[in-house]
Ligand binder design. Structure first.
Ligand code: PGA
Length: 239
């Protein structure tokens, strides 16, 4: 059997409850043996998403887009990894560039979140990637080295998503050789067997060629994961 690929859909703040329900009702693909397909809805939609997956018996898992640095207590507006575990989430995105930008996140806050996710029995999906300015000034490797160093310190059992910031939501997908280079660099930097996903303007047209790049173990998809039809085509690309 081909090695398992991870196909993740980050819904950000883009779905309404009704469009999220349409997605689950429209999901027809059953490829759970070779693909782990995970949807990341916004916090309030998590229970409804979990309920849909259960009642419709879909081969999908559900994760959250972030969590608190804290375990429990007086932190108004925050959501702990423990709470996410209680409701049945399986994964948590950590360090997405949109969170890093609005956060701001620090190495310390990211490490605390990762530890909380593991302590709650969930799996962190650690997002990293360079900005356009960092790439243009020749600092790509330096940035990847710094951001990936956290993985070695915190655990060997993490999923990493490489998302060049300039390719997220812009339609400017990285070239195959850019992806190949970044993923090979990360493969050398990260603990052995760490799955490395690519994200940034992935769609049903480019998914297959990106999935066939060496060291690409899956995809983290934003805009193109919102509709069941398009995301199904991405989830089954290359099969
Ligand atoms: P995009 O987003 O596919 O819309 O570029 C990817 C992401 O932010 O994870």
């Amino acid at each position: 059997m081909a090695p398992q690929k991870w196909i993740f859909g980050n819904w950000k703040m883009a779905q309404s409850l009704a469009t999220a329900q349409d997605f689950f009702k429209g999901w027809k693909v059953s490829v759970s043996t070779v693909r782990e397909i995970v949807i990341f809805p916004s916090y309030p939609h998590l229970p409804a998403a979990l309920e849909s997956v259960k009642s419709l018996k879909l081969p999908l898992k559900v994760g959250a887009q972030d969590c608190s640095t804290e375990e429990r207590g007086a932190f108004t507006g925050e959501v702990s990894a423990q709470t996410l575990a209680e409701i049945g989430a399986a994964y948590v995105l950590i360090g997405h560039s949109e969170r890093r930008r609005r956060g701001p996140e620090t190495d310390e806050s990211l490490a605390k979140k990762i530890r909380n996710v593991f302590a709650a029995g969930l799996k962190p999906v650690y997002c990293l990637g360079e900005t356009e300015a960092e790439r243009d000034s020749g600092r790509l490797l330096e940035v990847l080295k710094h951001q990936s160093s956290l993985v070695a310190v915190e655990s060997k059992d993490m999923i990493v998503a490489y998302e060049p910031v300039w390719a997220i939501g812009t339609g400017k997908v990285a070239s195959i050789s850019d992806i190949e280079y970044a993923h090979k660099s990360l493969r050398d930097l990260l603990p052995k067997n760490t799955p490395i996903l690519y994200g940034g303007s992935v769609n049903a047209q480019n998914a297959s060629s990106i999935l066939s790049v060496a060291n690409v173990d899956g995809l983290l998809v934003g805009g193109a994961s919102l509709k069941a039809d398009e995301f199904s085509r991405i989830a089954t690309a290359n099969l």
